[in-house]
Design a protein around this ligand. Sequence first.
Ligand SMILES: NC(=O)c1ccc[n+]([C@@H]2O[C@H](COP(=O)([O-])OP(=O)(O)OC[C@H]3O[C@@H](n4cnc5c(N)ncnc54)[C@H](O)[C@@H]3O)[C@@H](O)[C@H]2O)c1
Length: 435
Amino acid sequence: MGSLDCCVIGTGYVGLVTGACLADLGHSVVCADRDEAKVAGLATGEVPIYEAGLETVVRRNLEAGRLRFTSDINEAVGESELVFITVDTPSDAEGRADLTNVDEVAREIAAAINGYKVIINKSTVPVGTTKRVQRIIEEAMPEYHEFDVVSNPEFLREGTAVADFKNPSRVVVGSDSQKAIDRMLELYEPMSARVMITDPVSAEMVKYASNAFLATKVSYINAIANLCEVVGADVIEVARGMGHDERIGRQFLMAGPGFGGSCFPKDCRALLHIAREHDYSFDLLEGVLQVNTEQHERMVDKIRRLAGAGDDLAGKVIGLLGLAFKANTDDTRESPAVYVARGLIQDGATVLVFDPEAMERAREELEGASFMADAYDAAQGADVLVLLTEWDEFKWLDYGRVMELMRCPVILDTRNWLDAKALRKLGFTYEGVGR
Ligand SMILES: NC(=O)c1ccc[n+]([C@@H]2O[C@H](COP(=O)([O-])OP(=O)(O)OC[C@H]3O[C@@H](n4cnc5c(N)ncnc54)[C@H](O)[C@@H]3O)[C@@H](O)[C@H]2O)c1
């Protein structure tokens, strides 16, 4: 295997993991980002996100000279044959994927192109974006150079991103060019991953279809959980029984406060938008999003009831454990915890919050909450303590001490994460979801 010269544009959750892991595979990688402060930190091995094992991989490859960071995209593209686009593609006001960053990067690549390049799009983008990037580059490059644009969607999960990148369930490569496909096979060869070659449009669709399917599973089990509450069934038992069926599988059957994060909600909205643009009414997916929004609201309703509050929560103190959209990440984008916190604040509650990793990011999104030093401080004087993110450490709190600190010993466990029996034995009023 030869070492390939790669550049990765956009050093966020996906770009940084991609760049560091490709360097770990032996390739020569330069990561470029327009955020100069981020680049400066990364160049000294300072990783700005919480992601297990990432800092070690970054530092190892920095030291080995296989990984560099720059804000000079022109230079990075100029010296690389493989150019990855890993910029963010947030929702716009109508829910479609905003391609401003992708378009901008395409124009920068066009300005820098100086020989054959494979331009690999890893950002999650609507069907047709491979063509769009190709057209932008063709129109903007000052002199002609051969290039191919490939769709190579990324499936890593925050929290296990390094492991996921290195051991992917599949690598999807969408391209019509054999020359580009050969480079991609060479790139991924050291991973011995299952590589699926397909056309660009199908590759783009695989990503949205996968995320929307997983989101559907979550909304489905949440709807079942809501029904379980009414009929007196336990959703954990129900999910266990369902999960034994291999056609269903066990994953993504955890009832909770709804899905969140930087991908599922945005990608469902984008897929809905694609459907609408093509006059297809994707009612099923509309329902998935609706169940999800209602699930956030249900959590606030549960808290209101458990706090014995009337129309508003004025005078009530609510402690929240967790702000990240799931455990093992500091990402709070579209986190259900943030939605619940906002709902409580709007209802007039005093909201005390703690998360082991996501406090800094949550501060930017959550006005009016009090950010506490630890979980015990978040329980201080609380009428209800709410577990919103399934961090391991919340399992091992001294709940005897928590009880002494609270005004009322009431726990809402929105992740069914804590030991209900033990907490009830201690004297807590414990409520989960769907049980
Ligand atoms: N986060 C995930 O778990 C995940 C998983 C799979 C796919 N994706 C997709 O990957 C893409 C990136 O997601 P992310 O979470 O890594 O985003 P992010 O917001 O963490 O990072 C994006 C980075 O791109 C940089 N950037 C934006 N525009 C730029 C430009 N014009 N030039 C240079 N740098 C620029 C930003 O400064 C930022 O550092 C999105 O399309 C997302 O949907 C994300």
